[in-house]
Ligand binder design. Structure first.
Ligand code: B12
Ligand code: SF4
Length: 312
């Protein structure tokens, strides 16, 4: 099948209430969750594409036209609460332009409201939580014109699916490729060079803060191996990526992975043939569960509040 996964353009509906600089863009990166799903769909033998309507500044109508031109069988839309209106508008435009396509939603908003999202007229199904297990199962169901009960997958008019199954060994999840991405559009006000790519070395969090949504979707803290993390860095550097933004829920939770990866990335050539720049970070982000011990160790390992990348 032909699959399209859409990261809708962010449209702020309350700009008039905010000081100008709050509405300004300070970062543009792809939606990592969508890239992971593009890769698992490809592994299942589908032709899967990712449309970064946010980075490309595409309106809902343009997304609809793109879907129709590509004659996609399934269109998935990433929905967070902050881009809900824009995501639903994009799905509506796809529905109008390509009525035969099956539409689904995933992301933080359907994770919290799976049944309500699936029952919106724009969607046929919605995913709660991580979808690397469920997206291929959903695609198989669509091919078989079936609606099996799958934990974490809400069908229109169906029951609450409960929490999703997740991949415990997250090294098994394929590393997302960057083909077809508008790399030149990815940047961050915190970075010194472009393009920038987001990355996670772990998923989940061991804590249960009451104000946070993570415990709702948390399936325990899971880490990628150092080899797997380094393989992604090497792949990205090969594609011309110059800086990374790490978006782990709790980057500082596992000392072994974190320090191991930093140590490996800092090895002098030839052990570090890519001659990666010295890793840097932002001092205030380094506060972990044991800040007094952790910070000096990370700082010794080369993580800096600021600094110049080593010359290539
Ligand atoms: C990286 C990140 C960012 C980055 C990049 C955002 C982007 N372009 O994707 C930046 C720094 C830009 C950012 C900004 C903001 N963010 Co943010 N961000 C995150 C963060 C830390 C990680 C997301 C991520 O990549 N996770 C890793 C991937 C692998 O997981 P995932 O995204 O959940 O994807 C999985 C599932 O959700 C699902 N899925 C996801 N998409 C889809 C699509 C389909 C079709 C399907 C089937 C499934 C599916 O499958 C994926 C694979 O398992 C989350 C916290 C979190 N842990 O979720 C907050 C989070 C998403 N952000 C949040 C917020 C509020 C914001 C801001 C509005 C903050 C602000 N006030 O400015 C802005 C929005 C600006 C913007 N233009 O996007 C909230 C959203 C809350 C909500 N209810 O929607 C979160 C949950 C943080 C929080 N707890 O408050 N953010
Ligand atoms: S992610 Fe942070 S805020 Fe959320 S439960 Fe974990 S430690 Fe608490």
């Amino acid at each position: 099948m032909r699959i399209l996964i859409v990261h809708p353009r962010l449209e702020l509906h309350f700009e008039a209430l905010m000081p100008g600089e709050v509405g300004e863009k300070w970062i543009q990166v792809p939606a990592l969750g969508c890239l992971y799903l593009r890769e698992v769909a490809r592994e299942e033998g589908h032709q899967a594409d990712y449309l970064d309507a946010d980075a490309l500044d595409l309106s809902a109508e343009q997304v609809g036209r793109h879907a129709a031109e590509g004659r996609y069988d399934v269109v998935g839309v990433q929905l967070n609460s902050y881009n809900l209106y824009a995501g639903v508008a994009a799905a509506r435009a796809v529905r109008a332009a390509l009525p035969e396509a099956v539409l689904c939603a995933g992301g933080v908003h359907p994770t919290i409201f799976p049944v309500e999202t699936a029952n919106l007229p724009e969607f046929d199904a919605a995913f709660a939580g991580e979808a690397e297990e469920n997206f291929p199962a959903f695609l198989r169901a669509v091919e078989n014109r079936d609606r099996p009960a799958i934990p974490g997958l809400a069908w229109k008019g169906g029951a609450d699916p409960g929490p999703a199954r997740v991949v415990n060994d997250i090294d098994r999840i394929p590393i997302p490729k960057t083909d077809g991405l508008p790399l030149h559009r990815y940047w961050s006000a915190l970075a010194r060079s472009r393009p920038v790519m987001p990355m996670v070395t772990s998923r989940g969090c061991p804590f249960q803060c009451t104000f946070c949504d993570r415990p709702l979707v948390d399936n325990g803290l899971r880490h990628r191996s150092i080899d797997n993390v380094i393989a992604e860095i090497e792949m990205r550097v090969g594609a011309g990526i110059r800086e990374f933004c790490f978006y782990d829920d709790t980057l500082t939770a596992n000392k072994k992975t974190r320090e191991g990866a930093v140590r490996r990335a800092r090895r002098p050539p030839p052990q570090n043939p890519l001659r990666l720049p010295q890793p840097r970070g932002h001092g205030r982000r380094l506060r972990g569960p044991r800040p007094r011990r952790l910070r000096p160790r990370l700082l010794r390992r080369g993580v800096r509040r600021s600094g110049r990348p080593a010359p290539h």
